[in-house]
Design a protein around this ligand. Structure first.
Ligand SMILES: Cc1cc2nc3c(=O)[nH]c(=O)nc-3n(C[C@H](O)[C@H](O)[C@H](O)COP(=O)(O)OP(=O)(O)OC[C@H]3O[C@@H](n4cnc5c(N)ncnc54)[C@H](O)[C@@H]3O)c2cc1C
Length: 487
């Protein structure tokens, strides 16, 4: 059994995002001594929460919230007791934030963003952020200050690597973490709370668990690599919701930058001049490029299914779009590329053309050859698209926005990859926030919260993730704080 410890606390929280904040603040305010381990260096901490749109859910009726979540999850619903606990706690997010000096403000801009308004209970969905402005890490800054104004040490650049258990009782005793090239041992007298996010940057797990994508990148934190899943599996945890994720969308990913670039022309709300379509490896279109997916899901035969992303995909467009300003939506309201990487995309796209991120050619056939597509097939697709624009009707995918022909030479192509905001899967947790084994028994003194093992099993309501981070962060924080210290 581990004898020597480098750091000690009642509760060790692994990961400094919204879930880590809610768990540590709650446990601290109940009298527990808390330490946070964070993998990222200071300045790149905060995970997906820091670069999110900053909205969180606060439901107005627990009954309706339970009905809405049950409908979102579909026929293989999460256990009723879990739904109920989630619903009750999701009604208390504003109250909690206000009690700590926060300033919850409801999103005002229409539509308020109920993604599935026809589902039962949808009226109880209300989206909030902290303070007068939406986006720009503002809600995160409030969360972060709640930790920093308390005596909660944060060990940056200290990723947790393994859970330490008692040899015989299998109680969770602490964590082995890494500092530079050394292991350090962190004792958790009461318990460990895993809040270290999903597996957005672990291509092996993406291949194993996410449906229909050969690879996928993220617009969120590059530090979320599924570590919590590996650690929890190593102590016998069950997994759930591994195939659910907030995606895919289509975005540019280049090797030089860790996260994805969103293309303005693909955003449903952005009207850009010029013609644009997206094609797959057969040089044919496969979707309404301007459709506002419900976090990656589109309606197919009366059901919501993930957008198909036949890779490699290419956005094909003309000079009218190229010359209308930056192709990348660099507005820093949210997204890791915008807020942390801050790559300076050129105003006229010339730098990215020179880097080869954008390919160009004088005609469609030579553009096709430049990116490895069949020239005749691409000419056929562009010709059909241009006729649809003339007729103002897209008989293939019913696209209604930016129905502009691709006519002005030269022509351009950008390779697109599947991109996501975040994964939802991870170790299964129970109503107390305890991580459980396949037989439902809890792994002693091990808790979790946030997108690592989120409750969302299929459809997802925007702002539900941060809302859940707060709800289960509090639940796990208070149950861990109530544990009797083992030593
Ligand atoms: C662009 C974007 C917009 C979004 N907008 C919204 C929105 O408006 N509303 C909403 O509800 N959701 C939104 N989401 C999703 C939401 O941001 C996340 O699901 C949520 O913030 C996850 O919080 P978390 O605390 O579980 O994890 P995170 O906030 O990702 O934090 C996890 C932390 O754990 C750290 N970590 C990872 N591994 C280790 C390790 N081994 N040891 C120690 N630390 C580790 C990471 O560095 C990170 O700091 C958005 C996501 C993105 C990317």
């Amino acid at each position: 059994m581990q004898q020597n410890w480098d750091v000690e606390a009642d509760i060790v929280v692994v990961g400094f995002g919204a879930a880590g904040v809610a768990a540590s603040v709650t446990a601290h305010d109940l009298g527990a001594e808390v330490v946070i381990l964070e993998k990222a260096p200071e300045g790149e901490h905060g995970g997906n929460t820091r670069v999110a749109g900053q909205g969180y859910l606060n439901m107005t009726s627990a009954e309706d919230a339970a009905a809405y979540l049950t409908a979102l999850c579909g026929p293989y619903a999460v256990p009723k007791a879990m739904v109920r606990v989630w619903a009750d706690e999701m009604c208390r997010n504003n109250q909690w934030l206000e009690s700590l000096g926060g300033d919850p403000q409801e999103h005002q801009h229409p539509p308020v963003g109920i993604e599935f308004p026809d589902l039962p209970g949808a009226d109880c969905v209300h989206k909030f952020h902290d303070g007068p402005t939406y986006g720009y890490s503002y809600t995160w800054k409030r969360f972060e200050s709640l930790v920093k104004e308390r005596p909660i040490p944060i060990l940056y650049e200290t990723p947790a690597r393994a859970l330490i258990q008692h040899d015989q009782t299998k109680e969770t005793l602490g964590v082995r973490a890494q500092r530079r090239d050394e292991s350090i041992y962190v004792k958790a007298r009461k318990g460990v709370v895993l809040t270290c996010g999903g597996f957005e940057n672990n291509q092996q797990m993406i291949r194993n668990y996410l449906p229909g994508v050969p690879y996928c990148y993220t617009s969120g934190s590059p530090y979320n690599e599924g570590d919590g899943i590996t650690m929890a599996m190593s102590v016998g945890a069950d997994l759930w919701h591994m195939n659910n994720y907030a995606g895919p969308s289509m975005a540019l990913k280049v090797p030089e930058i860790r996260t994805t670039f969103s293309m303005q022309a693909l955003h449903f709300s952005k009207k850009r001049p010029g013609g644009m379509i997206v094609v797959g490896p057969d040089a044919r279109r496969f979707c309404d490029e301007k459709y506002k997916t419900r976090h990656g899901k589109i309606p197919v035969n009366g059901r919501w299914l993930p957008l198909s992303t036949p890779c490699p995909m290419y956005m094909v467009f003309d000079h009218a779009l190229f010359s209308a300003g930056p192709l990348y939506d660099k507005h820093p309201s949210h997204g890791w590329t915008q807020i942390i990487e801050r790559y300076e995309w050129s105003e006229d796209n010339s730098a990215e053309l020179a880097k080869g991120w954008i390919k160009t050619a004088p005609n469609i056939a030579s553009l096709a050859s430049a990116v490895g597509l069949d020239p005749t097939a691409l000419e056929g697709t562009v010709g059909r698209w241009n006729r649809y624009c003339e007729a103002k009707h897209d008989p293939e995918f019913d696209r209604a926005l930016m129905m502009e022909p691709i006519v002005e030479p030269p022509f351009y192509a950008v390779e697109l990859s599947p991109s996501m905001l975040n994964t939802q899967g991870g170790p299964r947790r129970n109503e107390k926030g305890q991580v459980v084994r396949p037989d439902g028994t809890p792994v002693s003194r091990l808790y979790s919260a946030g997108e690592l093992g989120s409750i969302y099993s299929y459809l997802y309501q925007g702002t539900g993730n941060i809302g859940e981070c707060l709800a289960f962060g509090r639940i796990s924080g208070r149950n861990a704080a109530a544990e009797r210290p083992w030593g």
